[in-house]
Design a protein around this ligand. Structure first.
Ligand SMILES: Nc1ncnc2c1ncn2[C@@H]1O[C@H](COP(=O)(O)OP(=O)(O)OP(=O)(O)O)[C@@H](O)[C@H]1O
Length: 362
């Protein structure tokens, strides 16, 4: 069995009577890049704070390397955190910022120098030790913050929206660097973001959260291609969600026709929702298309056109296409059976969580 670095067992966090995290259980493996993804207020930072030991759970157990750490204070856990606002000491230079924790631990001058220089190399700032923090750019400050965390040789690095203060270009560069750093060091990273593209680009596994619960965990492709419910389908990427009926295993009816698909496991005649990603739909002639749509708008987005069509049932379809079409024209929409993803229709929250339990247990 794979050894778990962090385990949550039925963890609940409440503030007075308000439940912030509800009965969360998961196991994280060593050496992977995990991302907690979800809208503002869903409980991402709270989850990190519980792992770090900055706050106490209301009930449940938190384990590190299979040992309970509920009552172990933050500074005794081999876990460090990188914050969004860097939290650097402005009056100390780069070297002293990174050395701070080691000095508190009363390490020798020689060891401190070696470790700080090593950490500076890791974040590609080898000659910046003497610089003042005010002389560093946003991206450089964030690297100093990462070096300051790494110098303590944590087994787990927590990163709370560390890139959100950076402009888009730098952010993309740092995404790549962080991912490379994690691979090189082989320590477990737990990264928090509300940016789905960032989560898809960086993670080994994503935990999609909403209202203090984990709605789905999986690899970026699994989360993208097989969202478990409408929330995940909507939150991750763009999607067309239309109502339909399951006709038989691997046969589904929507937009007035029956199509082959590769999803099964539902009842015959069960109402379902179909998810089709805009980039999985090809625009063709009305005669050749599986669904006929009337173009109602078209926007040029640089690499592609964003086209919106309506079908005979009044469903709206978003399509990403390199082909230009005419507004008002009838076009055909074509897609492969593999592109059709089926979700249950009108599932209650209780039914969903029951299914989730079975799914995660399987
Ligand atoms: N000290 C507190 N007292 C009461 N409620 C709190 C406290 N801290 C956080 N909360 C509430 O807990 C919920 C989860 O907060 P948390 O910061 O974990 O969310 P988040 O997913 O990290 O959000 P964001 O993306 O905005 O940072 C929010 O509704 C928040 O208002």
């Amino acid at each position: 069995m794979v050894e778990s670095i962090i385990t949550f067992r039925n963890v609940t966090k409440k503030y007075k009577d308000t439940v912030i995290l509800e009965n969360i259980s998961f196991k994280l493996e060593k050496g992977k890049f995990y991302t907690l993804l979800g809208p503002s207020g869903c409980g991402k930072t709270t989850t990190l704070s519980l792992i770090a030991g900055f706050m106490e759970e209301s009930s449940g157990d938190i384990l590190m390397n299979e040992q309970k750490i509920n009552h172990i204070p933050a500074n005794k856990r081999k876990i460090n955190t990188v914050f969004q606002d860097y939290a650097l000491f402005p009056h100390l230079n780069v070297f002293d910022n990174i050395a701070f924790g080691l000095k508190i631990k009363k390490k020798s001058k020689k060891e401190i120098k070696e470790k700080v220089n090593e950490a500076l190399k890791m974040v590609r700032l080898p000659d910046f030790g003497d610089r003042e923090i005010s002389e560093m750019s946003g991206g450089q400050k964030q690297r100093v913050a990462i070096a300051r965390a790494l110098v303590n040789e944590p087994e787990v690095l927590l990163l709370d929206e560390p890139l959100s203060a950076l402009d888009m270009k730098l952010r993309k560069e740092m995404q790549y660097e962080l991912r490379e750093l994690q691979k090189r060091l082989g320590i477990t990273f737990i990264f928090v973001t509300h940016d789905q593209e960032e989560a898809l680009a960086m993670s080994d596994e994503i935990f999609v959260m909403n209202h203090g619960k984990i709605i789905q965990r999986g690899t970026p492709t699994a989360i993208y291609d097989e969202p478990l419910n409408r929330f995940v389908a909507d939150f991750i990427g763009e999607s067309n969600i239309v109502e339909g009926t399951m006709m038989a295993d691997e046969q589904v009816k929507f937009a007035g026709k029956t199509f082959e698909c590769v999803d099964g496991g539902m009842e015959e005649n069960e109402p379902i929702e179909v998810v089709l990603r805009p980039e999985d739909i090809e625009v063709t002639t009305a005669q050749k298309g599986k669904v006929v749509g009337t173009v109602i708008s078209q926007l040029f987005r640089g690499v592609h056109y964003e086209i919106v069509c309506t079908d005979i049932d009044g469903n709206e379809w978003k399509i990403r296409s390199t082909k230009k079409v005419k507004v008002g024209a009838n076009v055909g929409l074509d897609f492969d059976p593999e592109a059709i993803h089926i979700m249950r229709f009108n599932e209650t929250e209780t039914e969903f969580y029951q299914r989730l339990e079975n799914y995660q247990g399987s």
